[in-house]
Design a protein around this ligand. Structure first.
Ligand SMILES: [Mg+2]
Ligand SMILES: [Zn+2]
Length: 212
């Protein structure tokens, strides 16, 4: 069966969460308290991001350079992307992260994605302002809801199998909404699947997904 692969970015395409790393580098440590409040679901992700990113101080080029420097890709990424396309599959990127680092790190690979959803940033006077342009894909917790992206993939391609691949707390909405779910081994997403007894397959390298 032909597939649509909905792929998370931070911690899935990349080894690290780039948004977190950039905040760590350019914002005071208190940003972690805001992040923790979101993981506990006390505030929404966009609200957390608005507050976290408001603390960061840097120029766009500095942030892009740093993202490139730390943006190591997960093993097997290119083999996986090419294998999906070779089998007639569609690639959708669903990220709650931001344009400047997704574009810098994926570069030409971005063209392999039929659709790519992520948020936007505006750099001015050494500060970063975040924007959430995909209002149609927002739920009460996410600006780019992975569950709603899976729904949209299903509406667009009712005859295809919808596969979700992710790692984080921001991927929880995809649990139960895709036909198959792959979670980075040891990730918060894996933990969430266990907690609700939802079926998933754990992986380390993305090329492990080609066989299954
Ligand atoms: Mg992630
Ligand atoms: Zn959601």
């Amino acid at each position: 069966m032909e597939v649509v692969v909905v792929l998370d970015f931070d911690g899935t395409v990349t080894q690290k969460d780039i948004g977190d790393e950039v905040c760590d580098r350019f914002a005071p440590p208190i940003w972690r308290d805001i992040d923790a409040a979101w993981v506990r679901r006390e505030i929404s992700l966009p609200e957390a991001q608005r507050r976290m990113w408001a603390l960061a101080r840097c120029q766009r080029q500095e942030a892009v350079d740093y993202a490139r420097q730390i943006g190591h890709l997960r093993a097997g990424l290119d083999r996986f992307l090419d294998a999906v396309l070779l089998c007639g599959g569609r690639l959708w990127l669903a990220s709650g992260g931001f344009d400047f680092y997704v574009e810098a790190i994926l570069a030409k690979r971005l063209q392999k994605f039929e659709r790519a959803f992520f948020n936007r940033t505006r750099f001015a006077d050494g500060k970063i302002e975040v924007e959430f342009p995909h209002s149609g894909l927002a739920c009460s917790f996410c600006a780019v809801c992975k569950g709603l992206v899976c729904d949209q993939a299903r509406q667009t391609y009712p005859e295809r199998e919808i596969i979700f691949v992710g790692d984080g707390a921001s991927d929880r909405c995809a649990v139960g909404r895709a036909d198959r779910l792959f979670a980075v081994r040891g990730s918060l997403l894996e933990k969430s699947c266990r907690e609700v007894d939802a079926p998933y397959v754990a992986f380390d390298g993305l090329d492990e997904l080609i066989e299954s």
